[in-house]
Design a protein around this ligand. Structure first.
Ligand code: NAD
Length: 430
């Protein structure tokens, strides 16, 4: 089977919008959210769907469908990633944009929430084609993005190279004296092009930190604990990297192409090198045994890290999970129904809007660095991310204990209350 066919076969069922709305409605009840503000937050501010043509390597023209959804900007410019995936549609982008609003609010950042992407399987295109697709999409987005208005970043199947093309295209549409002022139109750029040292690992590092803080609260040693990771891309790999440094063992991995396990440890570094040289796929990795896709979440382990797509832990597999902790590296990996099953089974969940917020916190530092013309060093940046995440984790943990709530409900409460306060203080124009 070709890689592309396999990716298509594994497209998850959509339904993330339903999930985020259920979470939001439950949280709105908990905080007794002002009904007028609820009306504003349950819809998105702007939804853009763009069809744009691009010339392919063989001379033919293909028309692509791109999205940018801006959910809310009460707290600052819109912020959120760009995803290149065949399952991208308007509802999934709306859901992902909403999660960004809650995430940036919870982290105390001066940002709102947005998300976007292109409905495309990038495995089907050459690097030159991907560059032209990205640049033409950026041009079509025009002034709908901007360094003080809406700031994209990497997400599934986009990376620092994608961000460099976007920054260059956007800056090229400005006059010479304006160009460098616009470098922070995207974050997650390569270090040589205004990127932040360590932005590559910021999300996975943050996932690791939240697991570490959780374990410290419970007096649990991470050394010797086993963990599984779904999705071994930017987030999954870096989370595994830092957990291994702490002495934990990676015993199972699933990606878009297959699933492997080894109770003695797969070795994150070797696996990552193998995947890089194997078109992004883990198939054929010699230090792991291939297992059925359906058996992945039932693997024996202490910690389960979904770090791929939404709606992966569902009513169907939540009963099988053996881990005592689910740390949501991905956005929206657990359905509301599955969450109820996990909580009843006393499995803790570090919710996405907390667990993977190291990425947007890193992006904020990159944005500040560009805006202020500064250059920060890696140690300093990781220390800043650690300080910020420790503070957010402490607030969520405290609220969860005081109000006897699960961590997602506590995180949502804090996120929504901050936005509500901004609206109450400002009122509604006119
Ligand atoms: P990536 O493109 O680097 O990696 C994605 C990984 O998921 C790949 O290993 C891919 O093979 C795998 N995958 C894709 N479809 C799958 C499927 N159906 N089943 C199993 N595995 C599958 O993406 P990423 O940047 O690591 O993002 C992963 C998740 O983390 C997404 O939910 C994203 O929204 C979230 N996230 C990313 C960032 C970031 O900074 N990159 C920040 C916050 C949240």
């Amino acid at each position: 089977m070709t890689l592309t066919k396999e990716v298509k076969k594994q497209q998850p069922k959509q339904g993330m919008l339903e999930n985020v709305m259920k979470q939001f409605n439950a949280a709105a009840d908990l905080v007794d959210l002002n009904p007028n503000i609820k009306k504003i937050l349950e819809v998105t501010n702007n939804e853009l769907i763009i069809h744009f043509p691009v010339r392919m390597d063989n001379g033919d023209v293909e028309v692509f469908k791109g999205y940018r959804v801006q959910h809310n900007n009460a707290l600052g410019p819109y912020k959120g990633g760009l995803r290149y995936h065949p399952t991208i549609d308007i509802d999934s982008v709306k859901a992902l944009a909403m999660w960004m609003t809650w995430k940036t609010s919870l982290a105390g950042l001066p940002y709102g929430g947005a998300k976007g992407g292109i409905q495309i399987d990038p495995n089907k295109y050459s690097n030159n084609e991907l560059e032209r697709i990205t640049r033409r999409f950026t041009y079509a987005l025009g002034e709908n993005i901007g360094p003080e208005h809406d700031i994209p970043a990497p997400d599934v199947n986009t990376n620092s190279q994608t961000m460099a093309w976007i920054a260059d295209t956007y800056m090229s549409t400005k006059g010479p004296s304006e160009r460098s002022k616009n470098q922070h139109v995207v974050t997650g750029k390569p270090v040589g092009s205004g990127g932040l040292e360590g932005r590559d690992r910021a999300t996975g590092f943050g996932v690791f930190l939240t697991i570490k803080f959780w374990a410290e609260n419970k007096n649990i040693e991470l050394k010797g604990k086993t963990f599984i990771v779904q999705g071994f891309g930017n987030v999954g790999y870096w989370a595994a990297h830092f957990l291994e440094l702490e002495g934990a063992k990676l015993v199972g991995v699933q990606d878009a192409f297959g699933s492997i396990a080894n109770p003695d440890g797969l070795g994150a570094e070797n696996l990552s090198e193998y995947i890089k040289g194997n078109n992004g796929s883990l198939i054929g990795y010699s230090n792991g045994k291939a297992i059925e896709k359906e058996d992945f979440f039932g693997l024996d382990c202490d910690i389960c890290i979904p770090a791929a797509l939404g709606n992966q832990i569902t009513e169907k597999n939540a009963q099988k999970i053996k881990a005592f902790l689910v740390a949501e590296g991905a956005n929206g990996p657990t359905t509301v129904e599955a969450e109820q099953i996990l909580l009843k089974r006393n499995i803790d969940i570090i919710p996405d809007i907390l667990c993977n917020s190291g990425g947007v916190i890193g992006s904020y530092f990159e944005w500040l660095q560009n805006r202020n013309g500064e250059l920060w060093e890696l140690d300093e940046i990781l220390a800043k991310i650690t300080k910020k995440m420790a503070e957010v984790f402490r607030r969520v943990s405290k609220t969860s204990q005081e109000k006897e709530l699960d961590m997602r409900s506590a995180a949502y409460m804090l996120a929504i209350e901050r936005i509500e306060k901004a609206y109450v203080q400002r009122g509604i124009f006119p």
